[in-house]
Design a protein around this ligand. Structure first.
Ligand code: NDP
Length: 402
């Protein structure tokens, strides 16, 4: 019997719970809790219709540590999978420590009032999890998540030494809307409008947001413009694979998305400080989120594919300098047909299910706080192939020339 409690009933939570229900040998008892219980119930109904599995649902405000601790004690899971928002990470980690259960998430902590995310807050829990004999697994989505597993798998099986690593995240999907984000708009816009940072010789190099652009021809998607961005796995990969001399993260954006974003920024709609409106304080970015399409509603109309992967250059185990490209291609319509969610939620929810499976089956164990690249990539890579995110490995004729 492996009981799991998932917190967060958005697109990612929905995919993770569907995939857990499809693996009852690992997830024998599933509970889903979130702020709005009707969203949990809608997911539970879809899971029942698609898989025949019944999951339990609860309302919870995960910012309330006492209430979350009480819920964990009532449900009695071995693991809590946090698929709410990055703002809830520390509160849910506190509740897991209080209730004595393992913790997992897909995004690092971010305070609501600063457009700033880093691992320091969660790494500071190391001693508390270690002393309690519990495991906290950070960042088991696609990026962070699979992209870091890809890096350690490449290092384990193919490289003596990796010199440069580029993570390329391409969403070639079209949802037919003028402007919408594929995951939580508040988190997405905060991420995209932040200064770009990458690592060179273990030091951060900062450049203005969206100021470095390259075109790359993605398999099954075609040529796309991609932009240098900061992404949280850069910080943990730099710490855990310090031999890598340059680590960068690139994400594709269409011109229409960037045009809308520029206007929204220029008129102040992406601000995260409170503004007085009709005597009420509102945060413009939160108001913007309320008027944009819910990411979960985009699934039915999204067509096209995502292509996300790592390009590593270094000294191969065979003594040759080489460049390898390891990536997954995921089809939005296939993801929707299987789980009722588009590929951005799917590519995050499936690795969340796999990370949870690693802990529940004991394939991964440990005491303390772990980033995913600290663990053996092999069982995770096997499950990606079996559970909807198969990967491909190709040798490129030359390193990236930018
Ligand atoms: P959504 O906004 O669709 O879903 C978030 C869910 O969390 C909602 O159901 C929301 O409830 C719930 N929630 C918010 N606050 C609370 C709270 N205080 N207590 C309980 N529940 C709460 O986001 P996504 O599903 O797209 O993303 C989920 C997580 O996955 C995020 O942390 C995101 O950053 C991360 N992510 C990671 C990726 C990766 O590759 N590593 C990629 C994409 C996302 P309500 O419905 O009431 O608002």
């Amino acid at each position: 019997m492996s009981k799991v409690l998932v917190i967060g009933a958005g697109g990612v939570g929905s995919v993770a719970v569907h995939k857990m229900a499809m693996n009852p040998d690992i997830f024998s008892d599933i509970t889903l809790a979130s702020r709005t219980v009707s969203k949990c119930e809608a997911i539970a109904q879809s899971v029942r219709e698609r898989t025949g599995v019944t999951i339990k649902t609860f309302a919870i405000d995960a910012d309330d540590v006492a209430a979350t601790t009480a819920l964990i004690r009532q449900v009695g899971p071995k693991l809590v999978v946090n698929l709410a928002l990055p703002y809830q990470d520390l509160a849910i980690m506190d509740a897991c420590l209080a209730a004595g259960v393992h913790y997992m998430d897909t995004a690092n902590y971010e305070p609501r009032d600063e457009a700033h995310f880093e691992y320091s807050w969660q790494w500071a829990y190391q001693d508390r999890f270690k002393d309690a004999g519990l495991m906290a697994l950070l960042g088991s989505g696609f990026d962070p998540g699979v992209t870091s597993v890809f890096a350690t798998w490449l290092k384990k099986h193919h490289f003596e030494r990796i010199d440069t690593l580029d993570i390329l995240d391409c969403n070639g999907g079209d949802h037919g809307q003028h402007f919408a984000t594929n995951f939580n708009p508040e988190i997405n816009i905060r991420e995209v409008t932040a200064p770009a940072r990458h690592y060179e010789n273990n030091k951060e190099v900062v450049t203005p947001p969206l100021s470095t652009k390259q075109t790359f021809d993605f398999d099954q998607v075609g040529p796309k413009n991609m932009y240098l961005m900061y992404h949280e796995e850069l910080e943990s990969l730099n710490r855990h694979l310090p031999e890598i001399k340059r680590i960068r993260f690139w994400m594709t954006f269409g011109d229409a998305y960037l045009k809308h974003l520029e206007v929204l920024q220029n008129v102040g709609m992406t601000r995260i400080d409170p503004v007085l409106y009709n005597g009420v304080e509102i945060i413009p970015l939160q108001f913007l989120k309320a008027v944009l399409p819910e990411p979960a509603s985009l699934g039915a109309s999204t067509k096209g594919k995502t292509n996300i992967g790592d390009i590593a250059t270094g000294l191969g185990k065979d003594g040759r300098e080489k460049t390898l490209y390891l990536y997954n291609v995921c089809d939005h319509e296939d993801a929707y047909a299987e789980t009722g969610n588009q590929a951005v939620s799917y590519t995050t929810g499936v690795p969340a299910m796999i990370g949870a499976a690693m802990i529940l089956t004991g394939a991964w164990s440990g005491e303390g706080v772990f980033n995913i690249e600290q663990l053996d990539p092999d069982p995770f890579m096997d499950m990606l192939n079996k559970h909807g995110l198969p990967w491909q490995l190709h040798e490129l004729p030359a390193p990236l020339d930018f």
